[in-house]
Write a protein that binds this ligand. Structure first.
Ligand code: ADP
Ligand code: MG
Length: 485
């Protein structure tokens, strides 16, 4: 059967869970450190012992407000938690404390860049707070599922987008922006491989031009942003093919198999009524005062969008450069510190993007672990700009040597490597004179109009100076000397 995929359009809404980087859990003082031995961060509240009482973690509330402000959400002044009841082994209380009818943040949006360069806003329905569950491990034991309750009770926010996303590529952009924001705000490490950021994708398809949405399928268990895109692309194709064959789409939850690149049915969807939500009686409602919001606002770092604007409008960088330099907050800060030591903005941008980032990628390092201080990069740039070293020598020899001896100045390193260019005109003039004196007949040819012979004399100058002559200064001197003959 011939299927015209272009007759259809996908409708996608994403639910992102982000684990908050608070030191303690959402409702008790248990630690939240990642990678701790299983079941070592589990007090009575995390284990849901009868008679224990949860308490609010103010820091977690602050984080949620921070995120809400960054996404231009409305912050609810009064909100409370609910109990979402269900039975599962990784949920010792038998219910999850979550915000149901009163999410702390509503509305707002995340801006993504489309391929044609325009911005598209993906609306947010809500951002609410809740607690995480324990973690079931099915692959540790041959017969049994093991459970690590360290994660139980960790503070989470869930960001629920409007179904504004239309392609797997847009979902990829959206998640990249969300992760960048979480990291800029320092509220979540955004690591999908480790599960500290998780994404469920709701996908449906409809005929292009149709108003009504199709039946949605929720896809889970993607451990990278790329895999979310793959899962969505697969799901769109599967649904279009099913509909074209006259099959019905069932509202169900599917899991993504990254090896096969396919989605598989997990379960049919529960409705909200199955959870028997009711207000959590053990926690007082939250009142978010304007003063509290002001405190959070004061602690807000510059956001990626603001930095991007500054880098293009104030520093005059291209959108591409500004994009690369603001991908990561620490890289952006490093670049701005280089600028405190040099006025050559374009060179600073290039050095951070090419040499510094290249080295970090190669060594799988984060910029915070990079040994060279930003001022050192400025020193290299100054040596190039003052004609003391060529940019090739700077990146191929001086830069790597500085990484090994990062306490030395760029000038000391260049001296030790013996790569300083001769740009002192008196010294250079002697070399130029000598080079010209070697080819009297070529001087005559030059005088009779064969100006391309400058190249020959320049070659000789480079040879005599052992490659250290500053080419710009040397070629100027060669021409002047020849013209004055
Ligand atoms: P549920 O109660 O099943 O979780 P919600 O209405 O709360 O459903 O929406 C959950 C997510 O599904 C949101 O991100 C929303 O944008 C998305 N969504 C809702 N309807 C559709 C649809 N028909 N197709 C794709 N995504 C949808
Ligand atoms: Mg849902």
């Amino acid at each position: 059967m011939n299927i015209d995929y272009h007759l259809y359009e996908a409708v996608i809404g994403l639910e992102v869970h982000a684990q908050m980087l608070t030191k303690s859990k959402a409702f008790c003082a248990d630690a939240t450190e990642y990678g701790a031995l299983p079941n070592t961060q589990v007090g009575p509240v995390s284990l849901g012992h009868p008679g224990t009482l949860p308490v609010h973690n103010k820091e977690a509330v602050k984080y949620a407000v921070k995120l809400g402000l960054a996404c231009q959400c409305d912050i609810a002044a009064h909100n409370y938690y609910a109990r979402k009841n269900y039975f599962y082994a990784d949920l010792p209380k038998g219910y999850q404390i979550s915000q149901h009818t009163t999410p702390i943040c509503e509305n707002g949006f995340i801006g993504i860049k489309l391929k044609d360069g325009t911005e598209k806003r993906i609306g947010l329905i809500r951002i609410h707070m809740e607690e995480d569950t324990g973690k079931s491990m099915h692959d540790q034991d041959v017969y049994d599922t093991l459970i690590d309750y360290n994660r139980a009770g960790t503070a989470l926010v869930e960001m629920v987008s409007h179904p504004d996303i239309r392609t797997g590529e847009e979902a990829y952009q959206y998640l990249t922006e969300v992760r960048k924001l979480l990291r800029y705000l320092d509220i979540c490490d955004g690591n999908m491989e480790e599960g500290s950021m998780r994404c469920d994708a709701n996908v449906s398809v409809r005929l292009k031009g149709a108003e009504a949405f199709g039946t949605k399928v929720e896809v889970k268990n993607m451990n990278s942003i790329r895999n979310v895109q793959r899962a969505i692309d697969y799901e769109i194709k599967r649904q279009i093919e099913a509909i074209s064959k006259g099959e019905k789409i069932y509202q169900e939850t599917r899991t993504f198999d990254a090896m096969k690149g396919e989605t598989l049915v997990m379960r049919t969807k529960e409705g909200a009524s199955d959870y028997r939500y009711f207000p959590e009686p053990d926690l007082p409602p939250l009142h978010i005062t304007p003063e509290f919001i002001d405190v959070v606002k004061e602690q807000m770092p510059a956001l990626p969008k603001e930095l991007f604007h500054k880098f293009t409008a104030v520093y005059g960088l291209s959108e591409y450069d500004a994009g690369v330099l603001t991908e990561n907050k620490d890289v952006a800060a490093y670049f701005e510190t280089v600028l405190k030591h040099t006025g050559n903005i374009k060179a600073a941008a290039n050095w951070v993007m090419v040499q510094v980032k290249g080295y970090l990628n190669e060594q799988a390092l984060e910029i915070k672990d990079f040994v060279l201080q930003p001022a050192k990069i400025a020193e290299i740039i100054d040596l190039i700009d003052s004609g003391k070293i060529s940019s090739t020598v700077a990146s191929k020899e001086v830069f790597p040597a500085m990484i090994h001896e990062h306490h030395k100045s760029a000038l000391e390193i260049a001296e030790a490597l013996n790569v300083l260019q001769e740009s002192n005109s008196d010294e250079l003039q002697k070399i130029v004179d000598e080079a010209i004196a070697r080819f009297p007949d070529k001087v005559a040819e030059y005088k009779s109009g064969k100006t391309s012979l400058v190249g020959l004399f320049m070659g000789e100058v480079m040879k005599l100076s052992k490659g250290k002559a500053d080419p710009k200064v040397a070629s100027k001197l060669v021409k002047e000397t020849l013209d004055n003959k």
